[in-house]
Write a protein that binds this ligand. Sequence first.
Ligand code: PEP
Ligand code: MN
Length: 365
Amino acid sequence: MTIQAEIKPLSQWEEYHNRPLVIAGPCSAETEEQVIETAIGLKETGKVDIYRAGIWKPRTRPNSFEGVGSKGLGWLKKVKQEIGLPITVEVANTKHVYEALKFGVDILWIGARTTANPFAMQEIANAMKGADIGVLIKNPVNPDLELWIGAIERISNAGISKIGLVHRGFSTYEKTLYRNLPQWQIPIEMKSRLPEIPMINDPSHIGGDSALLLDISQKAMDLNYDGLMIESHCNPKEAWSDAKQQITPKELGQLLDSLVLRDPLPHDENQLNVLDELRQKINWLDDQFLDLIESRMQIVQSIGEYKKRNNISVLQSSRWEEIIYKSIEKGAKKGLSREFINKAFKAIHQESINHQMEILNGKKD
Ligand code: PEP
Ligand code: MN
């Protein structure tokens, strides 16, 4: 991929050095009193770095509360000047960017529905050209890593170097425990592609429920995320949007206090050696594992040849069901989840079928 401008790690974003970096505030700015009261509460926790509030709200259906619009920027400016918290708002078009910059917003964030739309992304990127501003890009609503990367490229090509990402989960048709499925593998893959880029977790939109916030936030800390964006409202029950997932500033303070923070790397040499030794063992086991799969595939090969000679079909469902059933039962006794064994064995089985198909079709012998 071609990211032309350099991306600054969070540690180089002026004042934003805390780990985890905490961005908090209401889903939506509703009234001046609500904005200020929430900001005072958050400031009092001593743990919030940046104040967030949506003033233009992208709603799934019309006739929901669509935000107070530009007048909310005046309220946020007060939060910045009188309470001393840097501010961030969501922008979804050129007008939003210009208005936000005019009011001294410190960081602009791009919502999940906007990241999914390349036209909107390009328009926003053009409007940001030349601005010295931080930009946070939420993951697109659909689990598409390339689309997320495309959004980073557009912003980066506009000359912005303070770019961070917000992992807020992915839409699903089925109702699940989560409002948006976390699909942790996607941000993990993103981090391996762009190791320097700051990654912030948004447990509010992943969970959709205040009861899930702690678990999701802890998982993000365990995965070494740089920060958290959590919705907080002075009176969550009465919130005009996303009431179920918001918590009071006091509750947010307690949540942050109870997080277990881990170091990305061991401190001293001794710890490093222990970790190194354990990793060596893992490498050795992984090699063994690959050797075993190789041996298994050699037998699959012989079976394939036998089937070819005797003109027998590749797939025999009853045999397969027997294997998977036995393996799931054995795995459960070893403390391995049924879901994992099911997925792992299905992948191995698929690979075996592919090998045998190649033999039957004469590509392999
Ligand atoms: C929000 O942060 O309030 C919001 C609208 O989020 P998302 O774009 O993740 O849906
Ligand atoms: Mn919200």
